[in-house]
Design a protein around this ligand. Structure first.
Ligand code: NAP
Length: 439
């Protein structure tokens, strides 16, 4: 495929191979963008931002709605593209394609709901007779930098709200998975988005990412990826708005009164779907003494069945070519690396705890805080968990890996800054002006 910048599809002689991570086959190539390409993309986007700023919400919403319709018509192709470049199974690729459509559709709704507020200035000393209100305006150019593991939906989570809010947007997709993002650009253009208002530059983060993040024409960076790159971007960005959706090592607490069958099912799903390469994958399973053995017995066969046809039950993580075997580690202590760092693979670590206080203490004992869950039938303990666990998403009687695309979603601590979900992302992709009428 070609990349899109300067209002047109462009090619370069230097290209990047896009390979299927499962079998290593080259499925396509994309141009390798340079710093000069980023500069030229931004020059056009400055014009695009003016067009978008003047476009009525009704029209922005209509473009997004048409794009969602085209995504529905092309769901099979999008799902297959996601599966081929990311390596996830086709069912997961198709599911991601349908979620991405939903994200764009919700963005179309939210484009029509951007409101400002009246400020009661007469409540301030000297405010008598004055009338104040805010105006919410687009920020201008949004840079959307995305990771490999959800190559379409995480792009949609940035591009949908950026357009809904009236911005121009430049996408820097992960070098491993640029094809789904380029296909979304095709769809948005077909749906009527002005070509000046969007760019998708394909190239290495180390070379063009820095150029993009430091350029003063970019007013907002929306980044999803690892803590290390997110931290580097925050340091280099300067005075810009940033949203950071970073990694985690999500805890699941299983108490003595839990429905163990349900807990084991959902830990298997939350820990191993998409090969565990999900930011909210269950990683640390904290189980109270009374049910520790029973829980492990319930979990093991479920992980075996998650392996699928031809695979074997796993006791320890072995690599087989490009595949890593699903792994359960038991009796893991909180000091071990697997309890502290993000693993981002198909493994869970199970730890025995003596009750809810220790479970909460361990749940909070990492730098991350993106998603956490608890299995218990006791509402008081469930609410204690919700109040005391430092996490952006908290699930009661479900696994950590659940997200509705319309909900506010984002991490605490080193898991990030700000929220996604179109309604919430639009707030972060707009700025507020204060207007005072002096009577
Ligand atoms: P990554 O290595 O941090 O890369 C993410 C993006 O940053 C890629 O597009 C990458 O480009 C780019 N990049 C690299 N260096 C850069 C630089 N100096 N300046 C600007 N951009 C740069 O992450 P990943 O391995 O693709 O994804 C996995 C990580 O994402 C995990 O930590 C996971 O938890 C996190 N994640 C978080 C969420 C969330 O919602 N919180 C969702 C999904 C994933 P290249 O590909 O060209 O290097």
């Amino acid at each position: 495929m070609r990349m899109f910048l300067g209002g047109q599809w462009q090619d370069r002689s230097s290209r990047i191979d896009v390979t299927n991570p499962y079998d290593g086959a080259v499925i396509d190539t994309v141009p390798k963008a340079t710093a000069a390409d980023v500069d030229s993309a931004l020059a056009t986007l400055v014009e695009g931002a003016k067009i978008m700023r003047n476009m009525p919400a009704y029209d922005r919403s209509a473009i997004l709605r048409r794009a969602a319709g085209l995504m529905l018509a092309r769901e099979q192709d999008l799902g297959r593209t996601i599966s081929a470049e990311e390596g996830k199974i086709l069912a997961e690729g198709l599911f991601e394609a349908s979620r991405a459509r939903e994200t764009i559709d919700v963005s179309a709704d939210e484009a029509r709901r951007i409101t400002s507020e009246v400020v009661p200035l007469d409540a301030a000393p000297g405010g008598k007779g004055k009338f104040g209100f805010t105006l919410r305006v687009p920020c201008g150019i949004v840079a959307a930098i995305t990771p490999f593991n959800f190559p379409l939906n995480l792009v949609a989570h940035k591009v949908g709200p950026a357009i809904a809010a009236g911005n121009a947007v430049v996408i820097k997709p992960a070098s491993d998975t640029p094809l789904s993002a380029l296909k979304l650009v095709e769809i948005l253009l077909e749906a009527g988005l002005p070509p000046e208002a969007i760019a998708c530059v394909t190239g290495g983060g180390g070379e063009i990412g820095n150029v993009l993040c430091t350029d003063r024409r970019v007013r907002k960076i929306s980044f999803t990826g690892s803590y290390e790159i997110g931290d580097a971007i925050c340091r280099m960005a300067g005075v810009k708005r940033v949203t950071m959706e970073l990694g985690s090592n999500s805890p699941v607490i299983v108490l003595d009164d839990a429905d163990l069958e349900k807990a084991a099912n959902l830990v298997a799903v939350s820990g191993f779907s998409n090969a565990g390469q999900v930011c909210i994958s269950a990683q640390r399973i904290l189980v109270t003494t009374g049910v520790y053995g029973d829980f492990l017995d319930a979990l093991k066969p479920r992980v075996a069945s998650a392996v699928g046809a031809g695979a074997k039950l796993v006791t320890g993580g072995q690599r087989r070519g490009t595949i890593y075997e699903p792994t359960i580690l038991a009796d893991v202590s909180s000091a071990m690396r697997i309890s502290c760092d993000e693993l981002f693979g198909p493994a869970v670590a199970v730890t025995c705890v003596d009750g809810i206080d220790e479970a909460i203490r361990l749940a909070n004992s990492t730098n991350y805080g993106l998603s956490a869950s608890i299995f218990t039938r006791d509402i008081d303990r469930a609410l204690k968990f919700a109040r005391e666990v430092d996490s952006g998403n908290l699930h009661i009687n479900w696994g950590t890996q659940w997200r509705a695309d319309l909900m506010p979603y984002g991490g605490l601590k080193d898991s990030g800054l700000g929220k996604e979900g179109p309604h919430y992302a639009i707030r972060e992709m707009t700025e507020e002006k204060m207007v005072v009428i002096h009577g």
